[in-house]
Design a protein around this ligand. Structure first.
Ligand code: ADP
Ligand code: MG
Length: 604
């Protein structure tokens, strides 16, 4: 039999490699920004069109390339950053694999312009799908401009797989922020469709964080600063009272490289022990510096995961350092250095002064929304006219006679003045129905009720708005402001009314009737979070996300005690819904147990 194995042509090999390196426009952004940094740039511009799908261009003032290098850089495994295998264990550049440009050039239209400082003329190279189209001398400034157009033009499957512009832009902004946070001493510009999104001057770290996340961030930051033989930790954690309900602003950098590490995250969260409300996540910006030869960056193609030689020691130090700083800033209730002895390290705080002032702990006084809320504030929003309709479905689902009226559903409710509903563990409502019992999850049920109400008010465009006595000004980062602005009209339909948009704040003068003033910030923050999450397809509608987000944020939670009246209100509202049996997120809202089923429990 003849031989059948052959080497793949370069352009095919490059396309395959691109599958690993380039998942979406944001991957290209990351690689190009990193190349600019490695080239020693002091100012880096990122220009985007259509979420990077049409154009991603990075312009730097770095050292540029000779015309031979300009051609070489598109070859696979072509790099100036390492020469021998040992170099892998002592990396101080972002790149080293030498495959980013080769991969990108295989799947896009690429135009490179570059010039070194001492050269008269620069080089311009155009490549399409790994094929060099042209190479010319040009006159251009020092540095490099790399434009990547029509990403995935030759891989329709990949191109179709890209998400909406909102989602892809979010991914790009995430990468941009990570790089910008890792290098506060470099100026960065980001333009999207000719609008300026970021203009970051060269700064110190605190200024950089504030420039990205908005002025309100400044007061939240507690500085971290610790040095030992094996590790330096610098940066900031946000005070616990500013913890977020979603993971968001959590950044680890190791030797100036953004990394993901659930292990180190655990160490930080652990240091907040007891200071965080259940389920909230602290924000942090932590910069670890370790000797380059004690980490392995090579374990992940996009280099966001790394391996540490002495993970346990890092964990213990990180935890202790964060804990210590929180204590110094008077935000930790107890300073406790009890460490797991397995994690013990030659590390002491003995030299440090311990906070002597009585610790301040802020407790959220609004924990039980019903304590201070009036009936209007607890959101059972609409007078439900169609109340009885959906009880029928309950009948059907438990297979009893649908002719019966609602009153007969509950046992003897009029005659003996017993309760119709019972609350169990502040979580479920139990109600007796003719055929047996129904068990309702109060939080999920309320989500369903709110969801349908919001959807109705948003889409029917009949805003139920209440004017605020005093307009509320809320600070947001510039990206957040941009997002709010793009969904302004939908928010107005939902009952919000806006006064003024500035670069980092928005003034609100009216809110939906179902929202209380104290919840405005959280409801908007949650909404932005939810909008940032992956959205599966193009049929995606802001309305639906918005209604779901509001419903989730405003629904009564497990742990909330409900009065008899509130319980009944909720049950009635639920069964007036169009789809009472599932929550907006697809979970069952109630379960029934028929008499038969109950009998069977006792007959086995
Ligand atoms: P790597 O960054 O892993 O070396 P790349 O494919 O990203 O691989 O880049 C290949 C080479 O091209 C780099 O090693 C560098 O020498 C050169 N290069 C890429 N981008 C720039 C730039 N913006 N300025 C100067 N040189 C660059
Ligand atoms: Mg690179």
């Amino acid at each position: 039999m003849s031989d059948i194995i052959q080497l793949l042509p370069d352009h095919v090999a490059n396309q395959i490699a691109a599958g690993e390196v380039v998942q979406r426009p944001a991957s290209v952004v990351k690689e190009l920004l990193e190349n600019a940094i490695d080239a020693g740039a002091t100012c880096i511009k990122l220009l985007l069109k259509d979420a990077g799908k049409t154009l991603i261009q990075v312009i730097d003032d770095g050292k540029g390339m000779s015309s031979t290098d300009a051609r070489m850089c598109f070859e696979r495994h072509a790099t100036s950053k390492i020469q021998k295998a040992e170099d892998l264990f002592n990396l101080c550049t972002k790149g080293f694999r030498g495959e980013a440009l080769a991969s990108i050039a295989a799947i896009a239209h690429v135009e490179l312009k570059t010039k070194q400082e001492n050269e008269e003329l620069g080089t311009c190279i155009k490549i399409e799908g790994s094929k060099i189209i042209s190479q010319d001398f040009i006159s251009t400034g020092k540095g490099t401009s790399l434009a990547v157009k029509n990403l995935f033009y030759n891989i329709p499957a990949r191109r179709n797989f890209l998400k909406s512009d909102t989602v892809e832009t979010r991914h790009i902004i995430d990468e941009f922020q990570r790089v910008a946070l890792a290098h506060p001493n470099i100026a960065f510009l980001l333009h999207h469709n000719n609008n300026e999104v970021y203009h970051l001057k060269n700064n110190n770290l605190r200024q950089r964080i504030v420039a990205i996340f908005g002025t309100k961030m400044n007061e939240k930051l507690v500085p971290i600063d610790e040095q030992t033989d094996i590790l330096t930790i610098e940066g900031f954690v946000a005070k616990p009272e500013f913890a977020k309900r979603k993971r968001g602003e959590q950044f680890f950098f190791v030797n100036n490289r953004f990394i993901k590490s659930s292990y180190l995250n655990h160490a930080v969260v652990n240091a907040f022990d007891g200071l965080l409300e259940n389920g909230s996540h602290p924000s942090y910006f932590l910069y670890l510096t370790v000797p380059a030869n004690t980490i392995d960056i090579n374990i992940h193609p996009t280099k966001t995961e790394i391996k540490f030689d002495n993970e346990k020691a890092l964990y213990a130090m990180l935890r202790a350092t964060v804990k210590h700083s929180l204590g110094q800033y008077n935000v930790a209730p107890v300073l406790d250095f009890n460490r797991d002895s397995n994690l013990d390290t030659p590390y002491h705080f003995n030299a440090k002064s311990v906070a002597t002032k009585a610790p301040k702990i802020t407790v959220d006084p609004n924990f039980n929304p019903f304590k201070e809320a009036t009936q209007k504030e607890i959101h059972f929003p609409f007078k439900r006219q169609k109340q009885n309709e959906n009880w029928e479905s309950l009948y059907t689902s438990v297979a009893v006679n649908t002719e019966e009226k609602q009153e007969e559903l509950f046992d003897n409710q009029q005659e003996i003045k017993t309760q119709k509903t019972f609350q169990i563990q502040r979580k479920y409502l139990l109600s007796s129905i003719k055929s047996g019992v129904v068990l309702i999850n109060q939080s999920l049920a309320h989500q369903r009720v709110l969801y349908e109400d919001f959807l109705e008010s948003i889409t029917v465009k009949e805003a139920n708005s209440q004017q605020l006595l005093f307009p509320v000004k809320i600070a947001f980062s510039s990206t957040e402001i941009e997002m709010i602005y793009t969904i302004k009209s939908e928010l107005e339909n939902a009952g919000f009314s806006f006064d003024e948009f500035t670069k980092d704040s928005v003034t609100i003068k009216g809110i939906p009737v179902s929202v209380t003033e104290s919840k405005i910030t959280i409801i908007l923050e949650e909404l932005l979070n939810d909008m940032n999450l992956e959205v599966p397809d193009a049929s995606f509608s802001h309305f639906d996300i918005m209604a779901k987000s509001f419903a989730k944020t405003l629904s009564i939670k497990t742990g909330t005690q409900l009065s008899e009246k509130e319980q009944e209100g909720l049950v009635n509202d639920l069964f007036s819904c169009k789809a009472p049996s599932i929550s907006p997120f697809g979970k069952p809202t109630f379960k029934t147990l028929t008499l038969n089923e109950i009998d069977n429990l006792f007959n086995s």
